[in-house]
Design a binder for this molecule. Structure first.
Ligand code: HAM
Length: 416
């Protein structure tokens, strides 16, 4: 039997890759204007990094990581997200000693052993953005504004930014207790996962998708009513700034996110058309993480979106990928000429295709047609002798004679 790809991991073919290229090009353009630089960090990190940042009791660390011992016996993990590795790099490089904020983005594959479905893969790709060394609410507003601008420029359908504040170590424990008091009497109505979450992370019950849990959590206390003064004014400033900047957002007291490092502002961009996996992007503030990983007490905020999920919302590219010229050459002399003409044209950036074998004219035209070539240059022994070929326009059907020494100039892209 032939070997198949690993479950939940998929190949990205050129048509799909073109969508990604468009998304990546736009991201680079938008992020550039906000002063972000691109970073690459390794796919493999020490397992401990994710346990200490994402949190031991999260779904990701508990049951979704690709973890293995390497040949030296070290426990390594294929990164399930980018934030932890990026913060690790920031601390290791001591870049925190330079004046901040430090604005970085990363594009690359992530790995989570989740149950595969539409929009959910085991290898997926994120564009991840982080601002390190900043605690001010302007930082939150700026990054949410950047996400909003990017999604609007991409021309997606309806996307809403959901926003919440998760409080800080000063006020969250009080809220956690109030929530536990409320959910404690409803324990029996919760799903098995949520019953366990009551002990580890009761906030996660709020965004459990199980109907029984959603019902049980109806009327639960809101974090917003438990925020300390500092968190309240931080959140109010964020809302004021993004509101003034025209960001469409919605407060969502149920938005708690699945990673433990978040405090204060958290957000998700949600698309109407994606069904269950409707979060295109998610992020938030994580003051305390840099310190917890051995760095200074600096704040950070960021978000990430999944390229696969975003691409589900994008239409296919309108212009199909097709060669600009197909050279249908008959006989060895014409084929040799076509080989060097193609080399020259390709050097000019023109997409040229040749027949791989010495086939009949009919067969070559059929292939040119199949490839959707815009034009076909037909040459045989007579044309080589006369120094002239037939140039056929495949869409319009017209045909003209062209001196062979003018072919390169005809297809040369206009000089800038
Ligand atoms: P996250 O919400 O776990 O956050 O993932 C962010 C995005 O990655 C999701 O909104 C989704 O588009 C995509 N994604 C996640 N899991 C999958 C999957 N299994 N298949 C396909 N796409 C997926 C984080 O990863 C945080 N590190 C974001 C962040 C950056 N927070 C602060 N800075």
């Amino acid at each position: 039997m032939s070997i198949q790809a690993v479950r939940g991991m998929k190949d990205v073919w050129p048509e799909e890759a073109r969508k990604w290229q468009r998304v990546e090009a736009l991201a680079r353009q938008v992020f550039h204007a906000f002063g972000f630089g691109e970073i690459k960090t390794p796919v493999l990190e020490k397992t401990e990094l994710f346990a200490r940042s994402i949190g031991e009791a999260t779904d990701i660390v508990e049951k979704e990581m690709y973890t293995f011992a390497d040949r030296s016996g070290d426990s390594l993990t294929m990164r399930p997200e980018a934030t932890a590795g990026l913060v690790r790099a920031y601390i290791e490089s001591k870049n925190y000693a330079q004046p901040g904020p430090h604005k970085l983005f990363l594009i690359g594959p992530m790995f989570r052993h989740e149950r595969p479905q539409k929009g959910r893969l085991r290898q997926f790709h994120q564009i991840d953005v982080e601002v390190l060394g900043d605690e001010e609410p302007q930082g939150d507003a700026e990054i949410i504004l950047m996400l909003d601008q990017f999604l609007k420029k991409l021309g997606l359908g309806k996307v809403i930014i959901k926003l919440n504040s998760l409080g800080c170590p000063a006020c969250r424990p009080g809220y956690r207790q109030a929530l536990l008091d409320f959910l404690g009497s409803r324990r029996g109505r919760l799903c098995e996962d949520c019953r366990r979450r009551l002990d580890t992370n009761p906030l996660r019950v709020l965004d459990c998708k199980a109907e029984s849990c959603q019902e049980a959590a109806q009327g639960a206390p809101n974090m917003a009513d438990h925020l300390c003064e500092a968190c309240q004014s931080h959140f109010a400033k964020v809302r004021q700034l993004i509101g003034a900047a025209g960001v469409d957002y919605e407060l969502d007291p149920r938005l708690v996110r699945g990673l433990d490092y978040y405090i204060r502002t958290t957000f998700e961009a949600v698309a109407g058309d994606l069904g269950a996996q409707n979060a295109v992007a998610g992020g938030g503030r994580y003051d305390g993480l840099i310190e917890a990983l051995g760095g200074p007490a600096q704040g950070g905020i960021g978000f990430a979106f999944g390229l696969e999920r975003l691409s589900l919302l994008l239409p296919d590219e309108e212009t199909p990928l097709a060669p600009e010229l197909y050279i249908a050459a008959l006989g060895e002399e014409a084929r040799d000429w076509s080989f060097s003409a193609a080399a020259q044209l390709r050097g000019q950036g023109v997409w040229v295709e040749l027949s791989p074998q010495d086939k009949s004219l009919k067969a070559q035209l059929r292939r040119a047609n199949k490839l959707n070539a815009a034009q076909v240059l037909i040459i045989g022994p007579e044309e080589i002798k006369a120094g002239r070929g037939q140039l056929k326009d495949m869409a319009g059907g017209g045909q003209e004679e062209i001196p062979l020494d003018q072919v390169a100039a005809r297809f040369a892209p206009p000089s800038p």
